[in-house]
Structure formats: C-alpha cells, structure tokens
Design a protein around this ligand. Sequence first.
Ligand code: NAI
Ligand code: OAA
Length: 359
Amino acid sequence: MEFIASSINQRIVRISAHLNPPPNSQMEGSCGLLRRGNCRAKGGSPGFKVAILGAAGGIGQPLAMLMKMNPLVSVLHLYDVVNTPGVTADISHMDTGAVVRGFLGKEQLEDALTGMDLVIIPAGVPRKPGMSRDDLFNINAGIVKTLCEGISKSCPNAIVNLISNPVNSTVPIAAEVFKKAGTYDPKRLLGVTMLDVVRANTFVAEVLGLDPREVNVPVVGGHAGVTILPLLSQVKPPCSFTVEETEYLTSRIQNGGTEVVEAKAGAGSATLSMAYAAVKFADACLRGLRGDAGVVECAFVSSQVTELPFVATKVRLGRNGVEEIYPLGPLNEFERAGLEKAKKELGGSIEKGISFARK
Ligand SMILES: NC(=O)C1=CN([C@@H]2O[C@H](COP(=O)(O)OP(=O)(O)OC[C@H]3O[C@@H](n4cnc5c(N)ncnc54)[C@H](O)[C@@H]3O)[C@@H](O)[C@H]2O)C=CC1
Ligand SMILES: O=C([O-])CC(=O)C(=O)O
C-alpha cells in the first residue's frame, strides 16, 4: 500500500513540476524529474550538447523537435523568455535519445549554456508585411548582444549558429561582443544563410524539372534582398539557364523571405522551412565537430574573400568550426554586377552592427 501511495505521490509531484517549475529551477524532460522516483538510469546517447535560444518561438519549436530527432545530439537545452515549460514537456516525450531540459528567463541563461558544444539562436522578432529585415535591428540587436554575452561567459568555445535577423548585422554584433569578452574565435561564429540555399535548390529544381535533393546552388553575399546572391553559373549538376530564367530565379531567391512574410499576412515569417534549414546546417556543424571529412555548406562568416569583413560563401566545417573558406569562384557578368550591388548594401549593414556593439 505504502509503495503505491508514494508512487502516486511522486507522479503528482512530477506532473506539477512540469506545469509549475519552482523559480530558479530548470525543467528537465526525459528522465530528469523521474530520477528520484521510478527511473533506473538517465537516458541519453553519446553525442553533442546543443542549446536553442528562442526555443519557444515559431522557428524554435519545430527546430527543437527536429534536433530532438537528431542522433548526433545527446543533450538539448531549450531556452526562452516565455513558454519553455510547455515546449520542454512536450518535446521530452519523444522517444529519441537526447535528454531535453528547459530554461526560462535571463536568470537561467547561464545554466542553459554551460557545457554546450553548439548554440543555435533564433531569438528575436520576425518581420511583418512592408518591413525589411533591417527594420528588426532595433529590437533584435539588443537581444543578440545579451545572449552572446551569456555565451562568452558560459560556453566560450561553443559553435554559434546565428539565425536572428538582420543576419548581416547580428553576426558583426556577436563578433564584437565576443571580442570585448576576449573569447572571439571567428571559426566558431556562423550566420545561418542555409534557407537561401534550400530555397535556391527548390526553385532551380522546379525550373530544371529535377529532384531538389539532387541540386546544389551556392548562395553567397549576405541574407537580405540584393545581398542574397545565388551563383547559378555554379549549380550542380552543371546546367545552363536563359536570361529570363536567370532573372526570375535570382529575384525569387532574393525575395523568398518576403514571399512567405506576405503569404502569412502579419502572422510572421518563415518558420517551418527555416527550422528545416537550421537543422540541416546544425547537423553539418555537428558532423564537422565529429571529424567527418568534406562537410561543405554556405554560411555568413568572418572572411577575407572580399574586402568586407564578413560575407557568405561556401565553407568547410570541421572540428574547430569553419576550417576553410572557399573563394567565390568564376562569376559571370550578371553575377559580378550582382556582387557589386550586394557588397554596397552589405558593407553598411555590417558597419551598423559593429557601431551598435561598440557603443
Ligand atoms: N536567418 C534566416 O534565414 C531566418 C531568420 N529568421 C529570423 O529568426 C528570428 C525568429 O523568428 P521566429 O521564430 O519566427 O519569431 P518568433 O517571434 O515566433 O519567436 C522568437 C522567440 O524569441 C524569443 N525571445 C525574444 N527575446 C528573447 C531573449 N532575450 N532571449 C531568448 N528568447 C527571446 C521569443 O520569446 C520567441 O519565443 C527573427 O528575427 C526572424 O527574422 C527567420 C527566418 C529565416
Ligand atoms: O524574410 C524574413 O524576414 C525571414 C527570413 O530571413 C527569411 O525567410 O529568409
């Protein structure tokens, strides 16, 4: 009788702990809260520790779900300023290897970050119709700054995947924060431009009548409007496009984000395709960390490929993050003109981020 009563008691404690975590305590999914009761061993598999900052948001939630499914992840920390108890309880019921823990509010940021190998940041406000990504600067710059200060303090060696817009400015902000803290390693800071590649692969495959999984389009420059520069002359498998196709594809890829913002009509920007792209990119970073050879993706990184301090290009990912940065390769006339336009806008956005962080 006693055993049954105490077991029921523990279950009640467990459920109320999920719904109502005591202040300053982290929520733990999988086995964590059961350890005192009827769980024999802590779950989890060998692998990497990953934190998502902004995990309760439109990108954060599907990203958390997909990362929980990634066999390279052993521990998944979900941090946000709202709603992480619910998201953590929900995701933690998935019968995959990663142990999930939730963290709520700034006072739990340090615990969320300690020991992490990879930190993915989709925290911040999204666009509404009529806005540019740069219109998000005033709110998102401060959010990114605070989160990066936390990273400097608690996991200075982690790889950082920065999703929050405007990426062309938030990555320079992050770099300045890390420099100020003395923890900056340009190999470990990557702006996520994978969605541009994902879109480019999809739209090019549509035009060519191919399976998008067989298509690879390098997209360089940055992540906003004309700074997004698809290199259609370097598509794999090798192919050619008419002038009309080139103009249509370039414009659709550059405006892919706006296409979604307008279709969502005020309810936000790309979240599901972004979560997919973020996981594709995070998985590449983790495979690099594991030591896999030949992991090459496009990302917005500190670079000497152009005269600008940051640019998106193909990079090889390895045990230290960005191991090699590839040159842009041969560009045709259309792409050369596009690059000049891209650099003009990109330079201003980078400068804006740097000045904000140095203030
Ligand atoms: N790099 C890229 O290709 C893309 C970037 N984005 C950007 O990603 C960001 C997030 O977009 P959504 O998830 O749709 O927005 P959302 O508003 O649905 O979610 C953002 C989450 O961030 C959280 N947050 C706000 N301040 C925070 C803080 N200080 N610390 C931790 N979390 C905080 C919010 O509580 C919310 O849960 C936006 O800036 C958006 O523009 C969106 C799509 C593609
Ligand atoms: O367009 C936006 O605001 C979100 C974004 O960066 C994208 O979908 O590429």
